[in-house]
Design a protein around this ligand. Sequence first.
Ligand code: TXA
Ligand code: MG
Length: 322
Amino acid sequence: MKTLITQAVDILREGGFVAFPTETVYGLGADARNEAAIRKLFHVKQRPLQHPLIVHLADIEQLPEWTRDIPDDAMVLAKAFWPGPLTMILKKQKSVSFLVTGGQESIGLRIPRHPIALALLRELGSGIAAPSANKFTHLSPTTAAAVREEFGQEIDLVLDGGVCEIGIESSIIDMTRAPVLLRPGMITQAMISEVLGKKIESFVSEEAPRVPGSHPLHYAPQTKTSLIHTHQISDFLRALHANQLPIAVLYSCETSYPAMSDVLMVQMPSDASAYAHELYQTLRRLDHQQFKQIVIETVPDTMAWDAIRDRLMKASGGDFIH
Ligand code: TXA
Ligand code: MG
């Protein structure tokens, strides 16, 4: 009998899709050398063609097939963080299709550390282009069931690796110029700076204007989602009207709140890694429950929370309750 990995590789070679677990979130994979498959992938994901895909590899030795003129700093980061939740933007190799890179001269590359992802990549022996396995703008899936919920029968095979360890997407760093962190993740700006021995720039969405609707919704629940500062939660709960209920409130401070009917208080972990692990699972579960709104307490202002703060901004579109 063929193993699931062999079946998955057959599907990829025939131009099909395989969803697979990584340590961050589930990816929707296609053979990165197959233009027809990539075109279909954009269509199934409902993703605009100019949004580039990350190509996943099994080994650093494959880098020259995908990228050229690799800066020394990029090799330092590769050795420090791969396999792991870091994506590097590098100069694309000429043979790489512009379809994968959204028409750009650069390519996003990552070696994931999940054993199923690595087994699949090794057996294919090539790159797998894999965006997170969700429809455009939706929450990334962290379980096989969440992938099925997004795509149903549109995907040929979902490899089930249980719940993703990290729970939010990889950190993305642009290495085609002086390093810039484009998307914060659980590998933080400080961790990267320390390994490189220099400060790096970052692009963090907390800088986005804090007015409703000003921030593009991405990684977002279907239920209206807003943020609230810690000191405003009690007043907000007291002032709730019947027409705002039922409502769910995610909080992570140690405070306790009085029980109220039609108000679900969800306690989130006070540790950033544990919070990231639970965030998308929790939002997805609440999204199924017909709440009129999901309200999320802001998280600490420290760098360890940068990635979570970024995802909360995206999930809420930057909408703050005042
Ligand atoms: O953790 C992750 O990175 C997951 C797992 C499956 O590996 N993947 C993921 O892929 O989050 P996706 O497609 O949902 O997000 C990829 C991001 C996009 O925001 C895209 O714009 C950026 O990577 N990206 C890819 N190639 C790029 C490039 N050449 N230049 C700038 N940004 C790029
Ligand atoms: Mg995505």
